[in-house]
Design a protein around this ligand. Structure first.
Ligand code: 6GU
Length: 240
């Protein structure tokens, strides 16, 4: 898999992909993450990448020219499965979308800045929009890092124990059950007896009950069945 990220602040993305699972997956040749500075495509003599919005609103908008030229050049080099715009006003990211994106060969991510990008680009060039939650970051970079990390760990070979990803929180719509390790008693607190007993059927029943109880207590919204705001579609036009 290859992930290209278009950014106005590429320095923000230097760290997250060099260590741990994503770093190892890159070294193993399983994935390649390439960060591009949008300024490289600015034809403005000051390498400007913003423009004022029509309508006299405060703040700036990302300039059309560098974005469109960058995406055109990258698209001429490989066919992207998705061109993703990271923006706080997109549909909120959920595990189902991550699973879907982990099967892609080539992904292009555009990190939003300022007041965002021209609506016409969103409607014609962007194929999917993603927010990582209901709060505002100073740019889409950290959101792109979150998204890329969540995707890459699902690419076959990225995690040593592939089965581990299947038991993550959210994969079955529930939070994961609690985990315990040595010693069996710590500070007077014992590991639940069932986990020490070695009866695997019993352990599975216990884990399922714990997962359900934790989800009911901490994230009842996951059980309502109406968290489906991330349906993988984007509004309103999804021409590529
Ligand atoms: Cl994708 N971008 C920004 N700037 N803020 C966010 C976000 C994205 N997702 C949540 N907050």
């Amino acid at each position: 898999m290859r992930i290209d990220i278009l950014s106005a602040v590429p320095a923000l993305l230097e760290g997250p992909f060099s260590a741990s699972i994503v770093g190892r997956a890159q070294k193993a040749g399983i994935v390649e993450v390439v960060v591009h500075d949008i300024r490289k495509w600015s034809t403005n003599k000051h390498k400007k990448i913003d423009d004022p919005p029509y309508g006299g609103e405060a703040g700036m908008v990302m300039a059309i020219q560098p974005i469109v030229d960058a995406i055109a050049e990258l698209k001429s080099q490989r066919p992207y499965d998705e061109i993703i715009f990271l923006t706080p006003d997109g549909p909120r990211l959920e595990q189902g979308t991550v699973n879907q994106l982990s099967m892609a060969d080539n992904l292009l991510m555009l990190c939003g800045h300022y007041k965002g990008i021209d609506q016409r680009i969103r409607e014609t060039v962007i194929t999917r929009e993603i927010s990582i939650g209901d709060y505002v970051l100073s740019g889409g970079e950290l959101a792109a890092a979150v998204l890329a990390d969540a995707i890459v760990r699902l690419v076959p070979g990225a995690i040593g124990d592939g089965a581990s990803a299947l038991s993550d929180s959210f994969q079955d719509g529930l939070l994961a059950p609690p985990v315990y390790t040595r010693p069996a008693e710590w500070n007077g607190l014992r590991v639940p007896e069932v986990l020490l007993g070695g009866d695997h059927a019993k352990i599975e029943v216990w884990k399922a009950a714990q997962a359900l109880e934790r989800t009911q207590r901490l994230r009842p919204d996951l059980l309502d069945g109406n968290q489906g705001q991330d349906d993988g579609k984007k509004e309103p036009d999804s021409r590529r």
